[in-house]
Ligand binder design. Structure first.
Ligand SMILES: NC(=O)c1ccc[n+]([C@@H]2O[C@H](COP(=O)([O-])OP(=O)(O)OC[C@H]3O[C@@H](n4cnc5c(N)ncnc54)[C@H](O)[C@@H]3O)[C@@H](O)[C@H]2O)c1
Length: 246
């Protein structure tokens, strides 16, 4: 790919911010998206401080017009998006079936099925014109673990995997790969400070005896968007220290 312009959604904090910083360090020009400008701009400032290239683009990536406008603005100011990382997420409450309503499931489908669809359709013409591209979905290994109380979230992440597989087969002919990265629990800002007991309990479930860090996820995404991963598509890659094998 001649053009190396990556869009990372929900990149104002958490895993998205680390993914954005890592892609910038790898030489990508990064379009940093989040819901509000100051949040995205903080990641842009961090990237520029490291000598990388980035710009902030606030938008609600679950809204059809907003996503069309987002990709149009990026294309006009930076060039065609050749890698998109669908990472943004809203709240993820734990809700047992007895209390679960359709209105609890729908937001997850908006983040993990609707938003990836809007993004993929918006970037597709640019990727085709550029002769290739990379689509990376941030899923979750909760889909495989099947923890109680998380069915709505898992429905969204499961839908995301379905989209990954279908689009991989549709888009490979254009040099576009589509993969899903499934993190285990990777503590970020929103998880606060963990007690040693919580960390030790979690680590005992993993083959690799440490907590995962955002850089573990970002490194996997960086590989998948690189030229080295051109022959990998339709895959789900778990980044969970071997906590769940499947
Ligand atoms: N951290 C983990 O343990 C973990 C594990 C498995 C999967 N994941 C997945 O990784 C992704 C990132 O998770 P995180 O832990 O960094 O979450 P996070 O809540 O820290 O970050 C999500 C970001 O998305 C932004 N956002 C929210 N609504 C948006 C919208 N409509 N448009 C644009 N941006 C919006 C938020 O402002 C926030 O900056 C999510 O898809 C999550 O499901 C995380």
């Amino acid at each position: 790919m001649a053009e190396r312009i990556a869009l990372v959604t929900g990149a104002g904090r958490g895993l998205g911010a680390e993914i954005a910083r890592t892609l910038a360090a790898d030489g990508w020009t990064v379009a940093v998206n989040d819901l509000v400008e100051p949040s995205a701009q903080a990641t842009v400032d961090a990237i520029r401080a490291q000598g990388g290239e980035a710009a902030a683009f606030a938008a609600d990536v679950t809204d059809e017009d907003a996503v069309a406008g987002l990709v149009a603005r990026i294309t006009a100011s930076l060039g065609p998006v050749t890698a998109v990382v669908a990472n943004a997420s809203g709240p993820q409450p734990e809700i047992p079936l007895e209390d679960l309503a359709w209105t609890d499931v729908l937001p997850h489908l908006e983040f993990f099925a609707k938003s990836p669809l809007l993004l993929a359709k918006a970037v597709l013409p640019g990727m085709k014109a550029a002769g290739g591209g990379r689509i990376v979905h941030i899923g979750s290994d909760l889909f495989e673990r099947g923890d109680p109380g998380w069915s709505a979230y898992m429905a969204g992440k499961g839908a995301m995997l379905g989209l990954t597989r279908g689009w991989a087969r549709e888009l490979g002919r254009y040099g576009i790969t589509v993969n899903l990265v499934a993190p285990g629990w990777i503590p970020v800002e929103r998880h606060g400070t963990l007690t040693p007991e919580v960390e030790a309990g979690w680590q005992r479930q993993q083959a690799v005896q440490r907590m995962g860090i955002p850089a573990d996820v970002a490194a996997t995404v960086a590989f998948l968007v690189s030229d080295k991963a051109a022959f990998i598509t339709g895959e789900r890659i778990a980044v969970n220290g071997g906590q769940y094998l499947g």
